[in-house]
Design a protein around this ligand. Structure first.
Ligand code: ATP
Ligand code: MG
Ligand code: MG
Length: 569
């Protein structure tokens, strides 16, 4: 369990709970179903669900589906799967579209109060009238329409009488406001588009600020956590909640009760925090969609993707993602986190939870000439060096082994402590071998090492503690199972792939070495892993049995992360 950071949002919530301001806190995670969730979303999920769990509150999952044309059922399903995978359960699954009738009634109320009007200006004209940071905006010529005329026009917008873009409903706030969001922002637009939930029932759709603030209020949200770019929207958020005043107007939300959606309107407090950003990756949905649609990666769950589906397939644990975001904490300071922090979190998690296994990724044959052809032994290995509760397993040992090709050097560099001609090395759990002969093929490649095992150095023998510099791992050639081992690295070769100042885009910075498919061997116990089981292949790193492709007969492992941070070298 990670050490909890006393960040400002946790403090606000604690104070609100201690003071009795809220009997129970309520949060929500409100994704737009227009892509897969990524690691940045996980920050928001961990924060919203995490605080609800910590303070005995509840958290809803709400699809912000007010933008119909871009949404897709595949995304809706993937989002639910990924939130569950991270380890969180929502109290209720809601859709902003559940509230369309309430939004409509709320808009009529604002019109009646003289706080909203139907505008005929085109999008370009609205932009022109809006003014700039230094210049106030101008009132629309349609701003002083009567309540009756506005009611009539808005009802006709709803009835589908007007073409897309020909009319908007705007809040009547202040065209001279220093905050551009308050210069009569649009509340509704005409869009004759089919919607995944409401079909063709609505030719008008609410704008984000209006729909989002009222959705929060309808669900009784106490703390509405969002990213920093919404800070300037907060006055509008509060304006919508205050002016519509759902709590004192049950008629507005009566359709929800009829539909069996419990409603306890609140006055939610919006609190902003900085987005989570990581280097060596991109996290905008638009860019992730491009990577997938242009086949620059193998789909949304490509193990190199920063999507939760990808990071899951890569073998990261939900606990490691939660640990990572808890370590990073929450603030209003924008920053980019080094990928090594994420990798450190998964190493820390897997070190304690992944059983150890033997595998050889780039095999070279080693023959022990002083053992019989038929020699067969079963050695007992601990499954975890620091935790006896993992138990032990049998590892078959025989005369012919596979070792890692780079554990042998014919011309060893300085400081090389593994195997070399005439040299000695310890075979993990076996004893010391001496390399007597190097066998080469016609091309001069090393194809086999012929060695003698010092029988007196075997475990339990008097010479077992004889010193030799290196220890290498191995698998028995007769018993090992051929395996596909996919070695992954960072998807981009540039710390900030979003930086296009050199005229190149993120697409030009895909790391050509980000995936290498190796054909190696694993010991039988590793082949027996279930899909998504994670192991440490000794000396090599942490690996996961691929969730789709792994079978016992034809194992497929993905490298989660190396044992040490090797990026720098
Ligand atoms: P994108 O810009 O990639 O489309 P988004 O913010 O529009 O992302 P949403 O589906 O609207 O995506 O996001 C759902 C929730 O997740 C929002 O509350 C949003 O603030 C939060 N979120 C998205 N990206 C991040 C991030 N990088 N860090 C923290 N929270 C994030
Ligand atoms: Mg978006
Ligand atoms: Mg969004």
């Amino acid at each position: 369990t990670p050490v909890l950071q006393q960040h400002f949002i946790r403090q606000i919530v604690r104070e609100d709970v201690t003071s009795g301001k809220h009997a129970q806190i309520r949060t929500r995670f409100p994704p737009e179903p227009n892509g897969y969730l990524h690691l940045g979303h996980a920050k928001s999920i961990c924060l919203n669900y995490g605080l609800a769990v910590e303070f005995g509150g509840i958290c809803n999952l709400r699809f912000d589906d007010t933008n119909p044309s871009k949404e897709d059922l595949e995304f809706v399903e993937a989002i639910q799967r990924d939130v569950n995978w991270l380890g969180f359960e929502w109290a209720e699954l809601r859709h902003a579209s559940d509230y369309f009738e309430v939004f409509y009634r709320s808009a009529l109320k604002l019109i009646r109060l003289g706080l909203a009007y139907v505008d005929d200006l085109s999008a370009d004209e609205v932009r022109e009238y809006r003014g700039t940071l230094t210049e106030p905006g101008r009132n629309s010529p349609y701003r002083e329409r009567s309540v009756e005329e506005n009611l009539d026009l808005f009802r006709r917008m709803r009835a589908g009488e007007f073409a897309d873009g020909s009319k908007t409903l705007r809040a009547k706030i202040d065209m001279a406001s220093g905050n551009i969001n308050l210069r009569d922002p649009a509340l509704y637009r005409v869009r004759k588009v089919h919607h995944q939930n409401t079909g063709d029932a609505w030719p008008i759709y609410p704008m984000y600020d209006f729909a989002h603030s009222l959705s929060d209020a309808l669900e009784g949200i106490t703390h509405s956590l969002c990213t920093l770019e919404f800070e300037d929207h907060r006055p509008l958020y509060d304006w919508c909640v205050d002016k519509v005043d759902l709590a004192h107007d049950p008629e507005l939300w009566e359709p929800l009760l009829a539909a069996g959606l419990p409603t306890v309107p609140s006055k939610p407090r919006q609190i902003e925090f900085s987005r989570g950003n990581l280097n060596y990756t991109v996290m905008s949905k638009r860019k992730l969609i491009t990577l997938v649609s242009e086949n620059l990666v193998d789909g949304w769950d490509d193990p190199r993707m920063p999507t939760l589906a990808g990071i899951r397939r890569r073998g990261f644990t939900p606990a490691s993602i939660r640990l990572f975001w808890e370590r990073i904490g929450v603030s209003k300071q924008n920053s980019t986190i080094d990928m090594s922090v994420l990798e450190g979190a998964v190493r820390d998690d897997l070190d304690g939870t992944a059983p150890r296994r033997l595998a050889v990724i780039d095999p070279l044959k080693l023959v022990i000439t002083n053992l019989d052809e038929a020699h067969a032994e079963s050695l007992t290995f601990p499954n975890h060096p620091k935790d006896e509760s993992f138990g032990t397993r049998s590892v078959p040992f025989s005369r012919e082994l596979w070792i890692e090709r780079d554990d042998f050097a014919e011309v060893p560099p300085k400081g090389f402590h593994r195997l070399k001609p005439e040299g000695e090395v310890r075979l993990r759990g076996v004893g010391i071998v001496r390399c007597d002969e190097v066998v080469k093929n016609a091309d001069g490649d090393v194809v086999e090492l012929r060695c003698t095992l010092d029988l007196a150095s075997r475990t339990g023998m008097p010479g077992a503690d004889r010193k030799v510099k290196g220890t290498i791992h191995w698998v028995s050639a007769r018993d090992a199972v051929p395996a596909v081992i996919r070695l992954y690295d960072r998807l981009f070769d540039l710390a900030d792939p979003d930086d296009d100042s050199d005229g190149k885009t993120y697409k030009d910075h895909i790391n050509p070495h980000s995936r290498h498919i190796a054909h190696g061997y694993v010991e039988p116990a590793a082949a027996g892993a279930a899909r998504e089981d994670r192991v440490q292949f000794e000396r090599l790193g942490y690996f996961v049995a691929d969730m789709h492709d792994h079978t016992h007969a034809a194992p497929v492992f993905n490298r989660v992360v190396t044992l040490r941070d090797s990026w720098a070298k």
